[in-house]
Design a protein around this ligand. Structure first.
Ligand code: BV8
Ligand code: ZN
Length: 256
């Protein structure tokens, strides 16, 4: 039974050269990585203020660094799932393709996605809050494992932190600019696996909508965005997206 029935959507897919995708933690759920909200979510166990804010880090750097170390170990063992691969596949068939992600796990890149905009940074890099020195994962792990108090410091004595955007922190300017461009110029905007709870990430589908793009959402549950999308595929990314990509390719006359 085909997913794409809407004639307007079929026409857009046939003619579009500009597709933008926005993902949240839900696309990594089938790779075994916890989402944030919902019954088994991270925020049901940990408080975002203590663990995903600069104040929480400054008050207790050892606890925050330990939490990121735990999440990094889960992420390093995780593999991209069919949802990640399907998004990487679409990129091959569209001239202008942008992938805006709120995720910090880099599974999109592992799945082969190239044009990835990381709104909230990534968990693989760390930097010194005093001199800004960037640390690769090996450099960081060496310092972290040698630190007796589990509070990794730079040679300049500054604290080292994950290269992620915490609550109350500005998103990287270049990422926001690129995400805005990708949202206001696309014909098709696909939202995958986000509750739409966090701003300004959840503003981008609105910009796309105001500019006449067709908005699709892939999510097993309703989100804060479902009311205004054009089409909601109620289901898991790993199941819906591979099927969607096959129909996308057929409509574009791409076989194999
Ligand atoms: C900022 C990185 C401003 C770290 C994260 C208005 C405007 C601007 C800001 C605000 C505003 N109002 C409030 C704010 C503040 C705040 C905010 O939005 N708060 C919310 C909670 C009310 N925003 C900020 O602080 C942002 N900064 O705006 O600064 C500023 C201005 C001036 C001066 C200084 C600053 C920064 C926000 C970034 C915070 N960092 N993470 C880390 O990961 O450790 S947020 C965190 O939430 C993750 O990035 C996550 O991706 C993101 C969003 O969550 P989701 O990805 O949507 O995950 P969630 O669990 O919520 O949902 C999962 C979904 O998947 C569900 O819908 C589920 O049904 C679905 N799902 C499950 N399984 C599947 C599935 N879908 C498909 N397939 C499946 N199998
Ligand atoms: Zn330093």
């Amino acid at each position: 039974m085909s997913l794409i029935k809407d004639s307007r959507l079929k026409k857009i897919i046939k003619n579009t050269g500009f597709v933008t995708v926005l993902t949240g933690s839900g696309i990594s759920a089938e790779s075994g990585i916890h989402t944030f909200r919902g019954d088994n979510g991270l925020w049901s166990k940990f408080s975002p203020d203590e663990l995903a804010s600069f104040e929480g880090f400054y008050k207790n750097p050892a606890r925050v660094m330990e939490w990121y170390e735990y999440r990094r170990n889960v992420i390093l063992k995780a593999k991209p799932n069919p949802g990640h691969f399907a998004i990487a596949e679409i990129e091959k068939y569209v001239q202008n393709f942008y992938l805006i992600t709120q995720n910090i796990d880099r599974l999109h890149q592992k799945a082969g996605s190239r044009n990835v905009i990381e709104l909230h940074g990534n968990i693989m890099e760390n930097y010194c809050i005093k001199c800004g020195k960037m640390f690769s994962l090996e450099e960081f792990e060496k310092i972290y494992n040698e630190s007796s108090d589990r509070i990794p410091k730079c040679e300049c004595k500054g604290l080292i932190r994950p290269n992620v955007v915490w609550f109350g922190e500005q998103l990287p300017e270049d990422a926001v600019e690129k995400a805005y461009y990708a949202s206001v110029n696309c014909d098709l905007f696909i939202i995958v696996g986000t509750s739409g709870a966090v701003r300004p990430a959840s503003d981008f589908p609105r910009y796309a909508k105001y500019n006449g793009a067709y908005i699709i959402e892939v999510n097993p549950c309703r989100s804060f965005l479902t009311d205004f999308v054009d089409l909601w595929f109620e289901g898991k990314a790993g199941e819906i997206l591979p099927e969607f990509v096959e129909e996308f390719k057929n409509l574009k006359g791409i076989n194999g």
